[in-house]
Design a protein around this ligand. Structure first.
Ligand code: GLP
Length: 236
């Protein structure tokens, strides 16, 4: 595991975009596992600017997102599909048909989950998985639990996560209580993982995840078992 300590969010965003950019340059048809939340927003801005300058191209890139809320229309600004369009896809030369986000409005979520895992497999796995971390140590929406779940699955969001994500919604009662998330199999199957710790507030949970016991109660702790993890964390 490589840990890169940076001064602030701007530096974190630049370095994270450089890591993603390098993967795209080395393998123009790579599969990127992408994340939402505030952690990667600055990284996406840097990637957009790299693309506009012609330093990288998303023309042959495929993306698979980590997660999506259940029963939130994809036109809702808080849906993760909308987030990805607004923060990245609408501003780079990616083919939207090659951008995959779990369908949170599916009437058959079990089938959706199975098909999502099959899609990742068909694509040959993920080359680089970008992750943020929740205050409770979740990655994607893999919440603290008594076991790790390998496949894509439906999850009941914890009170902490609903409260944390309420800042994006008009009121807490509008925050969906369930989501579909890629499981640990998809994440751990990625060839490389980039974990973005966007604020010193999360350094406590990050240290627990990276150096404490490997336990499903701290979902990100499973990353200790991955061979190629880069962590970028902010000092201020
Ligand atoms: C959200 C997302 C995660 C994200 C995490 C942290 O609920 N499902 O993918 O990494 O919580 O979010 P933020 O970056 O806004 O702190």
């Amino acid at each position: 595991m490589e840990i890169i300590k940076v001064k602030n969010y701007d530096e974190l965003s630049r370095i994270s975009a450089d890591i993603v950019g390098k993967v795209i340059k080395e393998k123009p048809n790579c599969v990127l596992g992408l994340a939402t939340g505030s952690s990667p927003v600055g990284m996406y801005q840097n990637l957009v600017s790299k693309c506009k300058k012609g330093e990288i191209s998303f023309e042959n890139v495929t993306s698979v997102n980590l997660d999506e809320y259940i029963n939130l229309p994809i036109t809702d600004k808080n849906s993760y599909r909308c987030f990805m369009n607004d923060n990245l896809f609408d501003h780079v030369n990616i083919d939207k048909k090659k951008t995959f986000v779990p369908d949170g409005n599916s009437l058959d979520t079990a089938k959706t989950c199975r098909e999502y895992d099959a899609k990742i497999k068909d694509l040959g796995g993920i080359d680089l998985q970008v992750l943020g971390i929740g205050d409770n140590g979740h990655i994607g929406f893999n919440e603290p639990s008594d076991h790790f779940t390998l496949g894509t699955h439906v999850v009941n969001l914890t009170k902490t996560t609903i409260e944390a994500n309420a800042r994006f919604f008009d009121d807490i009662s509008s925050v969906p209580t369930q989501a579909i998330t890629m499981g640990m199999g998809g994440i751990m199957g990625a060839k490389k993982v980039l974990l973005i710790i966007n604020t010193p507030r999360k350094n406590g949970i990050a240290n627990k995840a990276l150096f404490g016991d490997i336990t499903p109660q701290v979902p990100a702790s499973i990353l200790q078992l991955h061979k190629d993890v880069v962590v970028v964390m902010c000092e201020e």
